[in-house]
Design a protein around this ligand. Structure first.
Ligand code: ZN
Length: 278
């Protein structure tokens, strides 16, 4: 259950910034009115009560983290901005034998040492597109991390992923896997792929997709697959967070042939302000 703040602060439907009800109607209070002036709306409308974390930040996060996820970068491979980077993305989906929610693991590994893994879940017992959905999640987190800083080549074994990214590049911003819900989430956030699409379009010349016959064809692909399995097992309760993180570091550093030294984390506080978005 999402905790709400006690000051009556709400999240604005139009701009995602905190708003409050005053005698004359809803308004964006200071200090946020000044601090976030570049993208605050004129006529706030309350969408929902703000969580305590959102009250402190003055706004909701545009992108909510997955309940299970970790992103890192290996220090020895850091490259300058604008460098070409290749990243393999893999999704792992299989029904969990006992749970009602079935993990969709995702993983990515880039040759500049960026890697990530995690999982979301589905309650649906049968889901033919589950692995594609998981792979799309890997794409989302990888591109969010790598664009627009780098010239990115995404390697996938799903032609559907290449078609979707190429559609976004051309300006078809509603391209998504079959069955994907394009509408805004109850939190007021955009669906993740709909958030990513205009960013890919804006940096279309910085993204290309290469379709491989199998993730097994490349070192990056094999490691990304192992990372996606880690995400699945962590979500399924078969691994602890610490064990998953330790194993991921071994997988990534071995695949790339460097010492297991991480770039110090900047995102020390993880977003825990409520249920995750799908
Ligand atoms: Zn607003």
């Amino acid at each position: 259950m999402t905790e709400t703040n006690s000051a009556g602060q709400h999240i604005c439907r139009n701009c995602g910034i905190v708003c409050v009800e005053e005698v004359a109607g809803w308004s964006h209070p200071e200090p946020w009115r000044s601090l976030k002036a570049g993208w605050i709306c004129e006529r706030p409308e309350p969408l929902r009560a703000a969580t305590p974390q959102e009250s402190r930040r003055g706004a909701m996060r545009q992108v909510r983290r997955d309940r299970w996820m970790r992103q890192e970068q290996l220090q020895p491979l850091v490259v300058v901005e604008g460098s070409p980077v290749e990243v393999a993305i893999v999704g792992c989906y299989q029904l969990h034998p006992t749970a009602h929610e079935h993990p969709r693991g995702w993983g990515y590994l880039a040759d500049d040492g960026h890697y990530g893994f995690g999982a979301t879940t589905t309650r649906r017992r049968f889901d033919g597109q589950g692995e594609l959905a998981a792979e799309a999640r890997a794409l989302f987190w990888a591109l969010l991390r790598l664009l627009p800083a780098h010239q990115v080549t995404v390697v996938t074994d799903y032609p559907e992923i290449a078609d979707m990214v190429n559609a976004w590049r051309r300006g078809d911003l509603t391209a998504a896997p079959p069955g994907y819900d394009l509408s805004d989430r109850p939190s007021g956030r955009e669906a993740k792929l709909m958030y990513l699409a205009p960013r890919v379009h804006q940096h279309a010349e910085r993204v290309t997709v290469r379709v491989a016959d199998s993730y097994e064809d490349t070192t990056l692909g094999r490691a990304a697959n192992e990372l996606s399995v880690l995400g699945w097992k962590w979500c399924a309760g078969e691994l602890t967070k610490t064990t998953a993180a330790d194993r991921a570091l071994v997988i990534a550093s071995k695949a790339l042939g460097v010492a297991p030294t991480l770039v110090p984390r900047m995102n020390g506080t993880e977003d825990r302000d409520g249920p995750h978005d799908d």
